[in-house]
Design a protein around this ligand. Sequence first.
Ligand code: AMP
Length: 455
Amino acid sequence: MNNISFADLNLAPEILRALTESGYTIPTPIQAQAIPLVLDGCDLMAGAQTGTGKTAAFALPMLQKLLPFASASPSPARHAVRALILVPTRELAIQVEASVKAYAKHSHLRSLVVFGGVDIKTQTPQLRAGVEVLVATPGRLLDHIEQKSVQLNQVQMLVLDEADRMLDMGFMPDLKRILALLPKQRQNLMFSATFSAEIKKLSAEFLVNPRLIEVARSNAASENITQKVYLAGHAEKHALLAQLLRGSDARQALVFTKTKLTASRIARQLQREGFAADAIHGDKSQLERMQALDAFKSGKVTVLIATDVAARGLDIDQLPLVINYEIPSAAEDYVHRIGRTGRAGAYGVAISLVAPEEEKYLVEIEKLIKCQIQRAEPLPPPVAVRAERSEPHHVKIRAPHIGSSKKPVHDAWFNKPYEPSIGASTRVNEPVAAKVSGRQIPALFVRRKVVEENN
Ligand code: AMP
């Protein structure tokens, strides 16, 4: 199974070309399993999380099946909606449609994404112009149906992506209304990270003799992801977070919180402390969320704070560090969160800050991932250090409460000339990793407070 290529899966040349251009060489396990079944016309119930390649697992065979309908004609009548992909969030919608577009780029198949929170009028003309693949959040799709800007009577394939999340978000009534409008004869594909009783019920209702595939949950405790827990009370978490961020050599970090309020608060506090931080959550406008995401993707923002819902569908390659500021009460969410790092063979770190009252959730998580997460040693408390200047780039640092305060305990070199005003308290903005009494002091400690000592 492992050594098969995309060509072995009987995909059309125009799709294979797009895959090569996307840099895909071999199918992921879910793709290898799902693609032949979907091409065969089976209904599918697939257990797979974001990061496994599930989007291509349904999008590639879908496009292949729609190729006979591809048309260069501008007439809307030649571009009926033939595949409908329903997703729970706007971010996931955008992500999925971008993938579909990339895979379909050498065909005349059209795709479009519609989601709420933006002016419906901007979506209507594109929808009326006709598309074969429509990616939508349920609420906005219903709005378009009511406005008669879309017809669904030609839909032959339906995908429910992240179905468990759709149920959690209360989309069941909307889903039922939409499904009632689709032709009875169609292929149904359902993707879900979990197989709860509710999901099984939904699958029994909407799928016909579904084939079941599940890719290993091993992702949860992927060997590529180092997982660590720091035990810390709520009051200590912020300082610890800042300390971890400064001490880490990761370029970027995604920080999860339970609530929108905490996400905003942390982002503001980190900004004040000099971090390029931003928050992404459901209360922000679509534009703000997209801007924050773009800034994160381009590296302008280095710390992105997100709630679980907002983080759905975020596709950021090679994210090195995920921090759970609060651990989730649903163990599956932990798996989703840490799956943001260690993707596609890359190496990642997932750190959780766990308060005493959260330990019960940790127990559930460890049960689910079937392994005990390493408890990290508490970090040494931040130290105030004093620095004296000898040369423009060179600073001797004293840490008064470690060993003797008479001798400088560390010589630090800065990238830029270090010239604080004489006698003043100053902040040294260059990171300095110091060894004090044989103990590694992360950059943060030295950076926090440097008091210039004149002579
Ligand atoms: P998904 O699970 O669909 O969100 O995909 C996760 C990430 O893996 C996305 O960035 C995809 O572009 C990427 N991806 C999917 N399939 C492959 C593949 N066969 N080879 C390399 N990257 C892939």
